[in-house]
Design a protein around this ligand. Structure first.
Ligand SMILES: [Zn+2]
Length: 508
């Protein structure tokens, strides 16, 4: 038993019975808190007159790929504004924020020259550089992704070579820590004169089915060296040749373009104002931006269309919540949660009036769990809410944290960043790949997800008691340390709490 639990148990047994009962008010679910009639109407609108799949089809086919800071990214912002207005949201606006640097994909071609000859399939990772015009031809050598501590000081051996990242042995660190250190390795390799790196997302191999997966290699991080993802099938063959002692030679031509300076992006925002406490705000969000190997239907067209369809169902229900529901389509998520980080910064003075945020960003599958972002205090209330949804779908609840999507900035602000975990077994193939297309999404699953999002948003904003207020920084810092998020956040420069919470977390 840990000390914390022991103190808690001893403390409770010493309390008088009356105080114990009143200490935490018993939460109420929709059956008792007066929200049920509105939820019934919203569920009907969401199930019988949903526009979720129509929105997703438009976004996929009329807007398509929408990388932050590009003209197609702007087209998506304009589309989002138009949709929010036509749904009937109020105060619809674009909240601009600057992206540190823009990037555009050019060609990425590779050919295996020895020991046998054939075309290789590669794609550039986002915000990485180019080979000289016309490409390079070089020997391919491996670097051990699981021993970057040893590879970085010996980077000189990679001069004039193409590096193939190869995870060998057992990892000595968490995958997040390896991902963070991979950036240091890329800088060292570039400085040493390496020509290119084959190393997909954080140096890990692609998922198979002859797909490549693009993506960023840090939070707001760009790299001068070309870094490409290669299909697992090609990548593994190169590795087999090298392991067999054969010399592998590859020709590679990668051309990308960076802008000279910052470019503009914007979060798309619209509201259903609260009828009693309009100044109190619950955010319902997803990221509008995508990668560019396909149309971004599952990352995060599903989230975007769910947010819009949830707004539509609530507006059409005719019920107005007690507090404001603010629908936000964030941009720059793929470059490191930049839009949602900009949002909490721009609304800093208003964060004390926020209740939290709710985000869907895990692909195309049905919602399976509400993850409350470290706010274990809210579990009893959500158990009652999800109990009321039992006839729609059985959904779990936990206080897990997710630092990989737009919940994180709200969690850092001390609020519940609520992540909708999904059962998406195919997402590992569609994520950031050429297969991220409308074909991967089932209309009935999307429609039900959007309805569940609408029900959660309305219930949270309308229940008589305010769901949550921001925790003090120390309490949040302690919680994140206990959840094991400190090392990752620190490694990516996202830990804002200094030494806060260190002592109390260590004694637990
Ligand atoms: Zn995403």
């Amino acid at each position: 038993m840990n000390n914390h639990l022991l103190t808690l148990l001893l403390g409770l047994t010493l309390l008088p019975a009356a105080l114990r009962a009143n200490d935490i008010p018993r939460p109420k679910g929709p059956e008792e808190d007066g929200t049920l009639p509105a939820l019934v109407k919203i569920a009907g609108e969401g199930a019988m007159d949903s526009h979720a799949f129509e929105y997703l089809t438009e976004l996929s086919d009329e807007v398509g790929a929408r990388v932050t800071g590009t003209p197609s990214g702007q087209k998506a912002i304009d589309w989002g504004l138009l949709k929010m207005k036509s749904i009937g949201l109020q105060n619809v606006r674009a909240e601009k924020w600057p992206l540190w640097k823009g990037w555009t994909r050019g060609k990425a071609e590779a050919e295996l020259l020895a020991p046998i000859r054939h075309a290789l399939t590669i794609d550039a990772m986002g915000w990485t550089g180019s080979t000289p015009a016309g490409g390079v031809e070089a020997e391919v050598v491996t670097a051990n992704l699981f021993d970057l501590d040893d590879e970085i000081p010996h980077a000189a051996k990679f001069r004039g070579k193409i590096i193939l990242m190869s995870p060998r042995g057992n990892p000595k660190k968490s995958f997040d820590a390896i991902f963070a250190q991979f950036g240091d390795f890329l800088r060292a390799a570039h400085q040493a004169g390496a020509l290119a790196v084959i190393g997909g997302q954080g140096g890990f191999k692609a998922e198979g089915m002859h797909l490549t997966h693009t993506g960023i290699l840090g939070f707001a991080a760009d790299f001068a060296i070309p870094v490409v993802d290669m299909t697992r099938e090609d990548d593994s063959q190169l590795e087999r040749f090298i392991d067999a002692g054969k010399t592998v030679r590859v020709r590679m031509n990668v051309q990308n373009t960076f802008t000279n300076g910052p470019v503009e992006s914007a979060n798309v925002v619209g509201e259903i104002p609260g009828r009693e406490h309009p100044e109190e705000v619950f955010v319902v969000g997803a990221h509008l931006d995508s990668w560019d190997l396909s149309e971004g239907a599952t990352d995060n067209g599903t989230g975007t269309s769910s947010v819009l369809a949830a707004a539509d169902a609530i507006v059409k229900s005719g019920f107005q919540p007690r507090r404001t529901i603010r629908f936000v389509l964030f941009t720059g998520e793929e470059q490191g949660l930049l839009g949602s980080l900009a949002y909490t910064k721009q609304h800093e003075n208003e964060m004390k009036n926020h209740l939290g945020d709710l985000v869907l960003d895990l692909g195309q599958g049905p919602i399976k769990e509400f993850q409350l972002g470290g706010r274990g205090d809210l579990l009893p209330a959500f158990e009652l809410f999800l109990g009321a949804l039992a006839n729609l779908r059985e959904i779990q609840v936990s206080d897990k944290t997710d630092v990989g999507t737009d919940t994180l900035p709200f969690t850092l602000a001390g609020l519940p960043g609520i992540n909708l975990d999904q059962d998406s077994p195919d997402y590992k193939y569609t994520n950031h790949s050429a297969a991220d297309a409308l074909e991967a999404v089932k209309p009935e699953v999307l429609t039900q997800n959007a309805t569940i999002m609408a029900l959660a948003a309305f219930w949270i904003a309308d229940r008589p008691e305010r769901l949550a207020s921001p925790w003090p920084a120390e309490k949040t810092a302690k919680m994140l340390r206990q959840k094991g998020e400190y090392d990752t956040l620190k490694a990516f420069g996202l830990w804002p709490f200094g030494e806060l919470g260190a002592e109390s977390a260590a004694t637990n």
